[in-house]
Design a protein around this ligand. Structure first.
Ligand code: ARG
Ligand code: ZN
Length: 854
């Protein structure tokens, strides 16, 4: 770590202490004004334990008054230091603490606390934003019912819970369910709703509203439809019913992340609400459906049962991601969803585990909690629950979840509580399983086969080993559910899926009574988040790709074949016949789900190849990786030109556009084929699809293909022209260019785009579109001259001064720097040092740059 910029001391799990006071009720009275909003808070406190009364308070909050039971405190009664406010006066057992503060939402550019987005007042309090609104014990284990009064002339005034009274200039809300402060929300503005109702399983009517800016109403329908399906699903699958009279969703344009589950008042990034066929892709629709569900599901997993402290973040996020994944599997194709999730997990979480930011699913220390909303906490957190479910079975899982809701409703709980309900419901000891929560790193599992032909016995031997991660060197063996099946040489399944439990460093399993040597299908359904190493020939992979009954394992065999092909090309080899023949069979397959075939056609990403190279002890060369991917794509296109053309004509869905999985699958296959043929036709077919497009999926897909082929000039201009007034599509315009530009063009183009009048960098979506787009352009960002690193550092420093969360999040692009060659490393190190040497860096960016730099 750079000594010139000390990062504040970390918070530690082991230091957890309960708060000395309980809050019986919170009454807030908020008078909105852009520059000077006034907030009065009355907290009914009762002492529970010894200790001072300490409140959190944001630095920009002006404290106008403090009183206990109505009598004002004077300056000697309290001290304010940093972000804390300590009251020294002797206090009765129970009392009301009143505070009055003034805050300036218009000056708040952080998208945290109370801020303005396009004239709409809105809030974001997770994780520690409530302290920027009022002094409060801003920690999730202090739960209380809230009553909120809002004064404002704006037409729509919303807060959590149920509406109590609405009069011109004033609204009262009451939330009867005790909640932690991070779930507080308030919205005020000129908003329009699309509305519906939902009758819960016990017969209660709930009013549903999706609030958007005037003019956006016609793009909110899919969000509402998704909400209703999510509510129904949670009743049917988890027995969870909604618990208020209204459920409000608000879309805002300036938002640091996807969305937020505030009780009864979810606030969303407008990108995850607004969609029409002309402006949103199939992928956007699917994300809207899943994030609407995710935030809704938090009502039980997160809100009714919350986290004791922020170390337990995965308690709500891992579980809620797991639930939204189940929901999407039920709404769409389970096989395709599983593969998509694994692709994302490997690209983001395996990468995290491999680098300087590796941390356990339940971290035991942090400097800035906002830096721990990570792929490890979310996606690996969900995988860990999937493993639990595999180990205890569907019935055990259902029993454990029922017990969880029954035992912990109203609690701020821990991972220990969570594991205990599984132990109590199923009788299983989970002490070893707990390592999945406490130990960082992706286990590497090696599988060896021994075939005894004389006795017809196959022995599978597994060994497991987890590489060291920052601060953790000793990694004892974990419990790994390993789903395997056996396939006979004629392609029949001789042994259906078995769940082997690997719980030792080395372990063998015997299968006897086999007539011929079977092919082993391993890690079916990606039964554990591990790297599986085994020795296979291309012919073996092609066999599994042709015959495996498990869709994930089948896809994986094809992926493995593609990966092996590309890695061999990096060593100077040529694409082998097995892979090209396998692709031929994919293109000729008229029975399989087109969405599945599209996944089979897609080449492993540059990031995945870089990861594989560095895992195997090589230094990845981004330019070489780019070149072999291009080369393989053109070889495929040349080999299978006729079939690709047939796919392009056979995959036009009949009828009007619908974002359902069936149509989306056809379009995905079409675009996968287009991506390949564009390598050899100079962009002619992509241009034709672009020109004839009737929906954004095809238009954006064709544009991406054209840009990647270096042939997108006209289409890029046309796209901007058509959509210059649709903010979310302008984001797409920035992103598509930065992400798909040819490597040598990427940074110069990003610089030009940063100077474009539409590059409103203070808007998080716009910033992410350009800066995140470039970071996703592997060879472009990792330009050998370091220009990508410099560009990123410049922009991180600039945005850090206005929005530290965005700066910290985007700095993750540096996390892989140490993988590359000396020249690149020197450039990256210099960029990181430059960041760390900057005065007044935010705690967010300082922690990230420091950990990444090492
Ligand atoms: N709880 C939200 C969700 O996952 C995300 C909040 C992220 N907050 C943050 N400060 N990073 O649904
Ligand atoms: Zn969440």
């Amino acid at each position: 770590m750079n000594a010139s910029h000390p990062v504040p001391a970390p918070q530690r799990l082991e230091d957890y202490r309960p708060y000395p006071f309980a809050i019986k009720e919170v009454r807030l009275d908020v008078t909105l004004d852009p520059q000077a909003s006034r907030v009065r808070a009355d907290l009914d406190l009762t002492r529970q334990h010894d200790g001072d009364l300490v409140l959190d308070i944001g630095k920009a909050v002006t404290l106008d008054r403090l009183a206990v039971d109505g009598s004002d405190l004077d300056a000697a009664d309290w001290t304010r230091k940093g972000e804390t406010l300590t009251i020294h006066r002797a206090l009765p057992q129970s009392f009301t603490l009143s505070s009055e503060v003034t805050i300036d939402p218009a000056a708040n550019t952080t998208c945290e606390g109370l801020y303005l987005s396009g004239g709409i007042f809105c809030t974001q309090c997770e994780a520690e934003g409530f302290r920027h609104i009022t002094p409060y014990p801003d920690r999730p284990d202090v739960m209380a019912p809230f009553k909120v009064t809002i004064h404002s002339d704006l037409p729509v005034l919303l807060s959590n819970g149920n509406p109590v009274a609405q009069a011109p200039g004033r609204a009262e809300w009451s939330d009867p369910w005790p909640k932690p402060p991070y779930l507080f929300a308030l919205v005020a503005g000129d908003l329009r709703a699309i509305s519906d109702t939902f009758t819960t399983m016990s017969g209660r009517e709930v009013d549903l509203n999706v609030w958007v800016r005037p003019g956006d109403e016609d793009r909110a329908g899919y969000a509402m439809d998704s909400l209703i399906r999510a509510m129904r699903w949670d009743e049917r699958v988890y027995g969870r019913e909604y618990d208020l009279d209204v459920f409000n969703i608000v879309a805002v344009d300036d938002f640091n992340m996807g969305a937020m589950e505030n009780k009864g008042l979810n606030i969303f990034n407008s990108k995850l609400v607004l969609a029409s066929p002309e402006t949103a892709t199939d992928g956007d629709y699917e994300r809207i459906e899943s994030v609407i569900a995710h935030e809704y599901f938090h009502n039980w997993t997160g809100n009714r049962i919350t986290c004791r402290d922020w170390f337990q973040l995965c308690l709500k996020e891992g579980l809620t991601v797991f639930r939204d994944q189940q929901f999407t599997s039920d709404m769409r194709s389970a096989a395709v969803k599983r593969i998509d999730d694994v692709v994302t997990l490997r690209a983001r979480q395996f990468r995290e585990d491999q680098g300087p930011l590796a941390h356990p699913v339940r971290p035991d220390s942090y400097v800035e909690i906002n830096n721990f909303y990570t792929a490890t906490v979310y996606e690996k957190g969900a995988e860990v629950i999937g493993m639990l479910k595999r180990l205890v079975g569907d019935e055990g899982y259902a029993k454990a979840l029922d017990l969880y809701f029954e035992r912990h409703d109203g609690d701020a709980a821990t991972i220990e509580d969570w594991l205990k309900v599984f132990e109590d419901a199923t009788g299983r000891d989970l002490a070893q399983f707990k390592r999945w929560y406490t130990d960082a790193g992706t286990p590497i599992v090696t599988m060896k086969e021994d075939w005894d032909a004389e006795h017809g016995v196959l022995t599978l031997s597994f060994s497991q080993q987890t590489p060291s991660t920052p601060g953790q060197t000793d990694k004892p063996p974990r419990v790994i559910p390993m789903a395997v099946g056996l396939i006979s040489p004629n392609g029949d399944e001789v042994l259906p899926t078995q769940m082997l439990e690997i719980d030792q460093a080395e372990q063998s399993f015997r299968f006897d009574g086999l007539a011929t040597r079977p092919m082993v299908s391993a890690l079916r359904d990606f039964s554990a988040p591990v790297v599986l190493r085994r020795e296979l020939t291309d012919a073996d992979r092609a066999f599994l790709f042709a015959h495996d009954r498990d869709p994930f394992a089948r896809w994986e065999a094809g992926r493995d074949l593609a990966r092996a092909t590309l890695l061999a090309m990096l060593d100077g080899g040529a694409p082998g016949p097995e892979y090209l023949a396998a692709i031929g069979r994919v293109l000729a397959d008229r029975d399989a789900d087109p969405a599945f075939l599209a996944l089979c056609l897609r080449l492993p990403s540059a990031e995945e190849l870089a990861q594989a190279r560095s895992e195997a002890g090589h230094t990845p060369d981004p330019d070489a990786i780019h070149a072999v991917r291009e080369e393989l794509a053109s070889v495929i296109a040349r080999t299978h030109q006729a079939e690709l053309d047939r796919v392009l004509t056979d995959t036009v869905p009949a009828g009007d556009y619908s974002p359902d999985a069936g149509q989306a699958g056809l379009r995905a296959l079409r675009l996968a084929a287009l991506g390949l043929v564009t390598r050899i036709d100079g962009g002619a077919r992509a241009q034709a699809i672009y020109d004839g497009a009737t929906n954004m999926t095809e238009r954006a897909g064709a544009l991406a293909a054209l840009i990647a082929a270096g042939a997108g000039q006209d289409a890029v201009a046309d796209f901007h022209d058509r959509f210059k007034d649709v903010r979310l599509v302008v984001d797409m315009w920035f992103m598509l260019q930065a992400a798909n530009a040819r490597p040598d063009r990427a940074v110069p183009l990003a610089r030009e785009l940063a100077a474009h009048p539409d590059f409103d960098w203070k808007n998080p979506n716009r910033f992410r579109a350009l800066i995140g787009g470039l970071s996703a352009n592997h060879a472009g960002f990792h330009a050998a001259d370091g220009s990508g690193y410099d560009f990123l550092a410049d922009w991180l420093l600039r945005v850090d001064a206005v929005n530290p969360q965005i700066a910290a999040r985007m700095s993750g692009a540096f996390e892989t720097w140490a993988r590359y060659d000396e020249t690149r490393k020197a450039h990256a190190k210099a960029a990181l040092d430059r960041i760390l040497a900057t005065p007044d860096l935010s705690r967010n960016l300082a922690e990230m740059a420091g950990r990444i730099r090492g």
